[in-house]
Design a binder for this molecule. Structure first.
Ligand SMILES: NC(=O)c1ccc[n+]([C@@H]2O[C@H](COP(=O)([O-])OP(=O)(O)OC[C@H]3O[C@@H](n4cnc5c(N)ncnc54)[C@H](OP(=O)(O)O)[C@@H]3O)[C@@H](O)[C@H]2O)c1
Length: 281
């Protein structure tokens, strides 16, 4: 058992994280499906699936916002398995609202999970991956890490930041056999949509941005209706981590592919017009 490849996935209680944990375990990875609260309601689907399918999958507590929680989880995994082959930084959520009406605490919380959470987990696994001379780190950013839509500026900021950091560290890590992989999905059907946090002062119907906000919420509903299954993202992650020479970036979903391709071929002004049309501004 000791020679089995070991994978860690953050935010495994639902959506992409849950599917990715199952997909990796089904392919023979000893998988640590981590979540911030290992309560019955959150962990049961994974525990039951692992039991039914006889998978080497273990549910472990890990809150990406918390230094001690990340250190404890990673130290325990290293003690148990003596190696880590794959880390999937998946935990995240979206904060919506106009920047003017979003508090610094709300913005910091968004970066704490989506950006610093991934950094914390990477810093914890890098020593063992460097010693091994091998490892793959998958950062789930988004189509929203390449292009930005209105009233979601801290979300885009956090995802663009993770893209930039990942692009830079690929150079310092490749000498040690560690690969960085960015996964950029379009809309995915998951709890993401119901978990969108709206900045408190943005929710006021007297907000000068209220009408704008309603248009965006309508557009979000349409995106959710056309969203792909999280298993498509999980499959791309599996392909990337089992490849000898993975790409830096994987775009997932027709919406993301079309949008990112369009962005490459037109000016800022032309792309701006497209976004304004799509969001009815
Ligand atoms: N859905 C989309 O359309 C979409 C598109 C592009 C990118 N993404 C990205 O994909 C990732 C996964 O999202 P999803 O669609 O699978 O949404 P989801 O179903 O809401 O899953 C998000 C996961 O992150 C976890 N999480 C939140 N804060 C955490 C923390 N501090 N520590 C550990 N776990 C935490 C949640 O745990 P709880 O159950 O405890 O809340 C949940 O397990 C996110 O990074 C998101 O930005 C999503």
């Amino acid at each position: 058992m000791q020679g089995r490849r070991v994978a860690i996935v953050t935010g495994s209680s639902s959506g992409i994280g849950l599917e990715t944990s199952l997909t990796l375990a089904r392919k023979g990875f000893y998988t640590y499906a981590t979540m911030r609260k290992v309560e019955e309601e959150k962990s049961r689907p994974l525990i039951d699936a692992a039991k039914n399918e006889n998978l080497t999958l273990q549910v472990t507590e890990l809150d990406v916002n918390n230094d001690e929680s990340v250190a404890n989880a990673i130290d325990t995994i290293v003690d148990e398995r003596m190696r880590i082959d794959v880390l999937v930084n998946n935990a995240g959520y979206a904060l919506g609202g106009a920047l003017e009406e979003t508090s610094m605490d709300e913005i910091k919380a968004q970066f704490e999970t989506n950006f610093f959470g991934a950094v914390r987990a990477m810093q914890a696994v890098l020593p063992i991956m460097r010693k091994q001379g091998t490892g793959k780190i998958v950062n789930i950013t988004s189509m929203g890490g390449r292009i930005a839509i209105p009233l979601s500026s801290p979300y885009h900021g956090s995802k663009f930041a993770l893209e930039g950091l990942s692009e830079s560290i690929q150079y310092e890590l490749e000498h040690f056999g560690i690969k960085i992989i960015l996964i950029e999905p379009g809309a995915v059907g998951s709890n993401f949509w119901k978990n969108i946090k709206i900045a408190k002062s943005s929710s006021d119907s007297n907000s000068p941005y209220a009408q704008f906000g309603n248009q965006i919420m309508k557009a979000f509903k349409e995106m959710e209706q056309n969203a792909m299954n999280p298993s498509e993202v999980a499959k791309t992650i599996l392909d990337a981590v089992t490849s000898d020479n993975p790409q830096l970036r994987y775009v997932v979903g027709e919406d993301a592919t079309k949008t990112i391709e369009a962005r490459k071929n037109i000016s800022d002004e032309e792309f701006g017009d497209l976004i304004e049309n799509q969001f009815g501004i």
